[in-house]
Design a protein around this ligand. Structure first.
Ligand SMILES: Cc1cc2nc3c(=O)[nH]c(=O)nc-3n(C[C@H](O)[C@H](O)[C@H](O)COP(=O)(O)OP(=O)(O)OC[C@H]3O[C@@H](n4cnc5c(N)ncnc54)[C@H](O)[C@@H]3O)c2cc1C
Length: 456
């Protein structure tokens, strides 16, 4: 029996472990993935992990954060709603997470728009009927982030935290409505006073099964679905020089839907994400290797009401359809082809002015896979964005589908991130409580504190 079992070695799990270890509790971190040196996703292999099970981009020490762009969005309402979870402590938590990453080696200048630039972008956005959200950001870089996570893990081990890697959670060990530990898929049962679910997006469907099986209180969150957009960096430079990952929020006229820019990678690469049932796209950028392109996610937010509240099921059916359409490769289309109502072909992509940084794609027509409403929102949203960033809506702009962010099944938690099942805590993206490194890490801190409080 250990004091705490943390399932998931992503930012949420690692920060929870840190908090528990500081209070000298006995902690075991379990992850289905591998340690950093064995996560074979070398820079060159990224985006081609079709045969990795579990996928090395998403799983292992550091979680999806290890091979992510390493962009720290230092704002309590970007990547989740820390203000709702932590109230007045939200900004402090963000600073704590930033300080910890710096302690483990994150350098990278803090990027923050000057008052003048901020006003200019706010004005341009407002004139186009959109909003610009100014935030502080620190870029660790995909190539530096693994070292930072490695020194984080080393520090945890020095503090006595143990890691069990290559071990997959199958179920919870529950007795009399109290969680007593976990059961691995090989049948091994492990007992703990506290158990934290920090499974990340890759574990969201297992979390859903556990919610249903054990009556964990939860609600469906919204779904963000759309495309990854890729343009020449020169188009985005005037904005990304001010804010590396600029957040523009748009509400479309036709459907009154919320559309936003997210996860911008100047000089970056589009990458493919592997899930058991479907593929998706994402982006990253390296400090030492730049492309001529900038990519960003362009996402439509959808919430559903009865009879289909299950945004995960809806999102997965969209993602599966696009995955089938692309033969388990992202569908790539030139924006001009979408406007003309025709598919992109290999020849059209080959002669396009913008070169696709992700090569493992199928040229096609995103409107064959994404719902009409989403396609119309994307078309209208890009027209609005073009008024803020001229050139974004060019015919040569590349769009990859699907780009999808599930925030499904938000587990109901108290202020220490404890659930309605005693002994069970939840943190991070897999519990629907975050959507980014900093917020996931901050929920880990909150859960760690909750467990410390309850075990004291
Ligand atoms: C390519 C890419 C780029 C990104 N770029 C950024 C960025 O620049 N900035 C940003 O803020 N966010 C970024 N993100 C998102 C960010 O990485 C996540 O929000 C963050 O890692 C979530 O942390 P987490 O701890 O909740 O989950 P994760 O980091 O996903 O970790 C969850 C861990 O749980 C493990 N797990 C899951 N199921 C099981 C199971 N059944 N048994 C055992 N272990 C299990 C997984 O193996 C994984 O290691 C990116 C994501 C990707 C994929």
């Amino acid at each position: 029996m250990v004091d705490a079992i943390i399932v998931g070695a992503g930012p949420a799990g690692l920060f929870a472990a840190l908090e528990l270890a500081k209070s000298r509790f006995d902690v075991l971190v379990i992850d289905q993935g591998k340690d950093i040196p064995e996560r074979i996703c070398s820079m060159k292999q990224r985006g081609h992990c079709l045969h990795c099970q579990p996928c090395h981009i998403m799983c292992g020490v550091g979680g999806a954060g290890t091979f992510s762009d390493g962009l720290l969005n230092l704002h309590p309402t970007i990547g989740g709603d820390l203000e709702r979870l932590a109230g007045g402590q939200a900004c402090e938590l963000v600073e704590e997470v930033d300080a910890a990453f710096r302690r483990y080696g994150a350098s990278g200048e803090l990027q923050e728009p000057t008052a003048l630039d901020e006003e200019m972008l706010r004005h341009k956005a407002a004139a186009a009927g959109a909003r610009f959200i100014p935030i502080k950001q620190r870029h660790m870089g995909s190539d530096k982030t693994p070292q930072i996570i490695a020194s984080f893990k080393k520090d945890l081990e020095n503090r006595g935290v143990r890691f069990l890697l290559g071990a997959t959670l199958g179920d919870l060990l529950v007795e009399n409505c109290r969680v007593r530990g976990v059961v691995l898929t090989d049948g091994t049962a492990m007992e703990a006073r506290c158990t934290l679910l920090a499974l990340g997006r890759v574990g969201a469907s297992l979390v859903g099964q556990l919610i249903d099986k054990w009556g964990i209180s939860a609600r469906y969150g919204p779904l963000d679905v759309g495309v990854r957009v890729e343009v020449p960096s020169v188009i985005m430079d005037p904005v990304t020089r001010i804010n590396r990952d600029p957040k523009f929020h748009i509400v479309t006229h036709r459907y009154d839907d919320f559309v936003r820019t997210f996860c911008t990678n100047p000089g970056g690469f589009v990458v493919k994400e592997e899930y058991p049932d479907f593929i998706a796209t994402n982006g990253h950028s390296l400090i030492e290797e730049k492309t001529e392109n900038t990519n960003f996610a362009f996402l439509v937010r959808l919430a559903l009401t009865r009879p289909l509240e299950n945004t995960t099921a809806y999102g997965m059916s969209i993602a599966r359809l696009v995955t089938t359409l692309g033969g388990r490769k992202p569908v790539l289309q030139r924006l001009g082809d979408l406007h003309s109502g025709r598919r992109s072909t290999e020849q059209r992509i080959a002669r396009n002015a913008v070169r696709n940084t992700l090569k493992d794609i199928t040229p096609g027509d995103i409107s064959m896979g994404l719902p009409h409403r989403i396609v119309m929102d994307l078309i209208e949203g890009l027209e609005i964005l073009n008024r803020i960033i001229p050139g974004v809506n060019a015919d040569s702009t590349l769009i990859y589908a699907p780009e999808i962010k599930f925030y499904a099944r938000e587990i109901g938690v108290d202020e220490g991130l404890g659930t309605n099942l005693r002994g069970l805590y939840a943190a991070g993206d897999g519990a629907g409580l975050s959507r980014g490194i900093v917020t996931a890490a901050a929920t880990g801190l909150l859960a760690g504190r909750g467990m410390v409080r309850d075990m004291a």
